[in-house]
Ligand binder design. Structure first.
Ligand code: GRF
Length: 219
């Protein structure tokens, strides 16, 4: 089973969507640790409630950003993490973590990338720009901020009377579907990165086509 480590900084609704998907048996992966760069945030409480180890590694507890990232990598390795998920993590990852998990880190961003990248207020930016649709993007994390290969996108309409808050809420509902789905596809080994593109392989056929196949499988 693929072992997932989730990096968070705040309220943790995307983490909760992952926890709930796992509880429903839909994640195909196990969340083994949650790491926050901020103490006392709701995401930590969500992890604890689900019985997941919750670790705080604040920047100020370390002499440098690199030292903090080394501690993050050590914690991920301690928990034998295969896939790192950034779920509302509010810092750009440096080379230490990226090098430890190449194409094994995914992020969720509340816009249709490459529009409105690199901002913590992508929903407000989309509204101010006047786009008629927006949405969310799950992508692999590379050194280019919000620029890694795209795994999934989900689209929502933008309405004339939207505020940043109403648009953010509509996008968030789609984030909560997209992120667990991307983790499941990764866990099923169905993501192939070809240059900038992520090809999603078809789901393997469920049972064998012949009775003999089924009989063999059940023994
Ligand atoms: C989400 O909008 C996510 O796309 C962005 O940060 C927000 C985190 O929300 N990266 P939450 O902490 O998961 O509730």
């Amino acid at each position: 089973m693929v072992r997932v480590g989730v990096l968070v900084s705040g309220r943790g609704t995307n983490l909760q969507a992952l926890i709930d998907a796992e509880a429903r048996g839909e994640l195909g992966a196990r969340i083994v640790v949650v790491i926050s760069n901020r103490a006392g945030v709701p995401a930590l409480e969500r992890a604890r409630r689900a019985g997941i180890p919750a670790v705080v590694l604040e920047r100020r507890a370390f002499p440098s950003r690199q030292a903090q990232e080394e501690a993050i990598v050590a914690c991920l390795r301690d928990h034998q993490v295969d896939l790192v998920v950034l779920a509302g993590y509010d810092r750009i990852l440096g080379p230490t973590v990226l090098a430890a998990y190449p194409l094994r880190i995914i992020n969720i961003h509340p816009s249709l990338l490459p529009a409105f990248r690199g901002t913590l207020q992508a929903q407000r930016a989309a509204l101010e720009y006047g786009v008629k649709v927006s949405g969310c993007t799950v992508h692999f994390v590379t050194e280019e901020v919000d620029g890694g290969p795209i795994i999934l996108q989900r689209v929502v309409p933008v309405y004339d009377d939207d505020t940043p808050e109403t648009l953010a809420a509509r996008i968030l509902a789609e984030e909560h579907r997209a992120l667990p789905e991307a983790v499941r596809l990764f866990a099923e080994g169905r993501l192939r990165v070809v240059g900038r593109r992520v090809v999603i392989l078809p789901a393997p056929a469920l049972a064998g086509t012949s009775g003999e196949d089924r009989a063999n499988r059940s023994t």
